[in-house]
Design a protein around this ligand. Structure first.
Ligand SMILES: Cc1cc2nc3c(=O)[nH]c(=O)nc-3n(C[C@H](O)[C@H](O)[C@H](O)COP(=O)(O)OP(=O)(O)OC[C@H]3O[C@@H](n4cnc5c(N)ncnc54)[C@H](O)[C@@H]3O)c2cc1C
Length: 461
């Protein structure tokens, strides 16, 4: 019998995988394929930290497939070409995949579907990554939503996620397909190996463990989620990005266990993920162009020294430095601190949000085109339903409010260990400022005034 290909992409799991279930149900032997395609994404080829996560996630998926008598076939190169190669080599007559929503993925998949269909190959694409397709939820006027709250309300009213699918109990694999070795892809960083402190356990089991660990402290999420010094959030973001768990599985697990305001608040964050994906789908230039076109005229500063200090966590502003060091050391940063460091870069340093977005792209294990672009634009004030530009986070006050005892700051900036709590977020005012910690690279009040002046110079609507 001719084989069917399941093309794994951002769905690195066996359970609740609609395209995989479709392929297995055909009764044909399956080829489980993953293609490392660095060509199609152009500027958005996967960053360094994501590659580390991908390596371990693929290893975990391969191990699971081996338990069921098969394994993962790895190919590298332009995906459309690699798939044609596998079809030619194996005689496969069908392929299934779960949809991705990055503009380059949408264009590639559309062209590939047309090409394969014309060749007589059966193509099935499914929704395995979102609660609702980006084109499903519309305003009364039939247009995509621009504001989050009515979007989430409409999604909740219109969509009742179907039950999650079980992992296929049995799979027949097509034998003898050539595969690269995972090691040969050199996904792990060396020179330097900055991944030693990376957090999280990539893979489907790691994803479910993270969710169930989170259930131990989901009560209180509404407030704990803003405290970076505690484990107040789920840490599901890389698992969701790589599709090691589906939002539908998260939805049902939360609904079954936690019908409380904390559970609802948590699901509302999953709602932001949905909102951002539909934004990117309808506004494919979101990672490169201001959604609010007035911001195209913004006079950004070009200052490599300040930008480097920001990336290294050497700005002299403790909550900013702790966040940037958490990112570098662990591949992840707390959401509250992401907002603070982004605001500091865009507003106090007046550096273009696209530079920050790019740094995050390379250093986050959860780097996600939709979530990264939409959130950077949200902080910049140029996004959809964004925080207004003139609302400028004061990092000293933010630190005092969300890390009052300096637990988080001291964890990542040990130079500040001996600074009294009173001065932990403004060590430059301490009676004895630590000698090995930099003075602030910008005067916070002057930086704020400069940002407001640049903003006022923009054309009004
Ligand atoms: C400047 C900036 C850049 C960001 N870049 C990314 C990115 O590249 N990838 C990414 O997944 N998230 C990004 N976020 C959103 C958010 O910070 C992370 O999703 C969150 O910190 C992940 O931690 P968690 O899984 O413990 O979150 P939880 O609080 O446990 O939330 C559960 C899930 O909801 C989703 N979620 C939570 N907050 C947001 C949000 N603001 N926007 C979209 N989805 C959200 C995530 O999928 C998350 O895993 C960014 C935020 C900012 C301010």
């Amino acid at each position: 019998m001719k084989p069917v290909i399941h093309w794994f992409r951002q769905d690195l799991r066996l359970s609740d995988n609609p395209a995989l279930v479709h392929a297995v149900k055909s009764g044909q032997p399956v080829i489980c394929l993953y293609v490392l395609d660095d060509e199609t994404p152009g500027d958005w080829a996967m960053g360094g930290a994501s590659r580390w996560w991908l390596y371990h996630s693929l290893a975990a998926l391969d191990a699971r497939l081996r338990q069921t008598g098969g394994g993962l076939i790895l190919r590298r190169g332009e995906a459309a070409k690699s798939i044609q190669d596998v079809i030619r080599e194996t005689g496969a007559n069908a392929i299934a995949w779960n949809r991705c929503y990055e503009p380059f993925a949408v264009a590639r998949d559309k062209a590939l579907k047309a090409e394969l269909s014309a060749q007589g190959i059966a193509v099935e694409s499914c929704n395995g990554a979102l609660l609702a397709e980006p084109w499903e939820i519309k305003t009364g006027g039939g247009t995509p939503f621009k504001v989050y709250t009515p979007f989430w309300k409409a999604l909740r009213a219109q969509i009742e996620p179907a039950a999650s699918l079980r992992a296929p109990a049995k799979m027949a694999f097509h034998p003898g397909v050539k595969s690269d070795t995972l090691k040969s892809w050199k996904l792990l960083p060396d020179k330097p190996d900055w991944s030693k402190g990376f957090d999280g356990t990539p893979g489907e089991k790691g994803a479910h463990d993270a969710l169930y660990d989170f259930f131990d402290h989901i009560g209180g999420y509404g407030t704990a989620r803003d405290i970076p010094g505690t484990e107040g959030t789920s840490r599901l973001s890389p698992h969701l990005h790589f599709g090691e768990i589906s939002p539908r599985q998260v939805w049902h697990a939360v609904r079954a266990r936690e019908a409380s305001p904390d559970g609802e608040k948590f699901l509302a964050e999953i709602g932001w993920r949905e909102f951002n994906h539909q934004l990117l789908f309808h506004h494919p230039h979101l990672p490169t162009h201001a959604y609010d076109e007035r911001f195209a005229k913004m006079k950004w500063r070009q200052n490599d020294k300040d930008f480097t200090a920001w990336t290294r966590g050497r700005t002299g502003v403790p909550i900013v430095d702790a966040g940037m060091r958490q990112l570098w050391q662990t591949g992840w940063m707390h959401n509250r601190v992401r907002m603070i460091v982004a605001s500091f870069l865009i507003k106090h340093l007046l550096i273009d949000w696209r530079h920050g977005q790019r740094w995050f792209w390379d250093t986050l294990v959860d780097a996600d085109l939709a979530n990264n672009a939409a959130n950077w634009q949200w902080v910049a004030g140029s996004g959809a339903d964004a925080s207004p530009f003139f609302r400028i986070f004061n990092p000293v006050l933010q630190g005092g409010k969300f890390d009052p005892a300096g637990t988080y700051v001291r964890r990542f900036c040990p130079e500040l260990t001996a600074v009294p709590d009173k001065f932990i977020h403004r060590p430059w005012e301490a009676p004895e400022p630590p000698a090995n910690y930099p003075a602030p690279i910008v005067d916070l009040a002057a930086g704020r005034d400069r940002a407001l002046a640049a903003f006022r110079a923009l054309p009004s609507r």
